[in-house]
Design a protein around this ligand. Structure first.
Ligand code: FES
Ligand code: FES
Length: 155
C-alpha cells in the first residue's frame, strides 16, 4: 500500500511501488489532465508538481512520492495558477492542447521562482516542454502577461 496526496486529497493505493506516478495519476486515480508523451523525460507532457517542484511523472516511481504532496493540472490553483490560466485563454495559447497541461505546470514553477522572468528565463525554464504544434511564442507572451498580472496584484 502506498499513501500519497494528490491535489490535497489523500489516496491509499495497492500498487506496485515501481509503477510510474503518471500511471497512478491517470489510471488509478482517474485524473487525465496530465498527459503521456514520450515516457522518457524528454517532452514534459507529464509534468506535475511534487512539493511544489516540477517533476516528470512518467519516469518517477510512485514510491518516491510516498507521503508527499502531488499537484496535477486539475489542482493548479492560487494566484499564479489563476493568472496563468487567464493568460493562456487571453493569448489563445493552445493549438491541439496536448502539451499544455505540462507547459502550465512548468510555467507555474518558473513564476514562483522568478515572478518577472525575461525571455531568456522563460526559454530556459520551458526548454524541456516540447510542443509539436509550435505554440512557443504564445506561451512566452502568456507567461509575460501572467507575470504582469502578478505584479499588479502584489502592489
Ligand atoms: S511523457 Fe514524461 S517527459 Fe514525455
Ligand atoms: S498545443 Fe499541440 S502539442 Fe502543444
Amino acid at each position: 500500500m502506498i499513501t500519497l496526496s494528490v491535489n490535497k486529497k489523500r489516496y491509499t493505493l495497492d500498487v506496485d511501488p515501481s509503477m510510474p506516478l503518471l500511471w497512478v495519476i491517470r489510471d488509478r486515480i482517474g485524473l487525465t489532465g496530465t498527459k503521456f508523451g514520450c515516457g522518457m523525460a524528454q517532452c514534459g507532457a507529464c509534468t506535475v508538481h511534487v512539493n511544489g517542484e516540477a517533476m516528470r511523472s512518467c519516469v518517477t516511481p510512485v514510491s518516491i512520492v510516498k507521503g508527499q504532496e502531488v499537484t496535477t493540472i486539475e489542482g493548479l490553483s492560487g494566484d499564479i495558477g489563476r493568472q496563468l490560466q487567464q493568460a493562456w485563454i487571453a493569448e489563445q495559447v493552445p493549438q491541439c492542447g496536448y502539451c499544455q497541461s505540462g507547459q502550465l505546470m512548468s510555467a507555474a514553477t518558473l513564476l514562483r521562482e522568478k515572478p518577472n522572468p525575461s525571455d531568456e528565463d522563460i526559454d530556459a525554464a520551458m526548454a524541456g516542454n516540447i510542443c509539436r504544434c509550435g505554440t512557443y511564442q504564445r506561451i512566452r507572451k502568456a507567461i509575460h502577461r501572467a507575470a504582469m498580472r502578478n505584479e499588479k496584484d502584489v502592489k
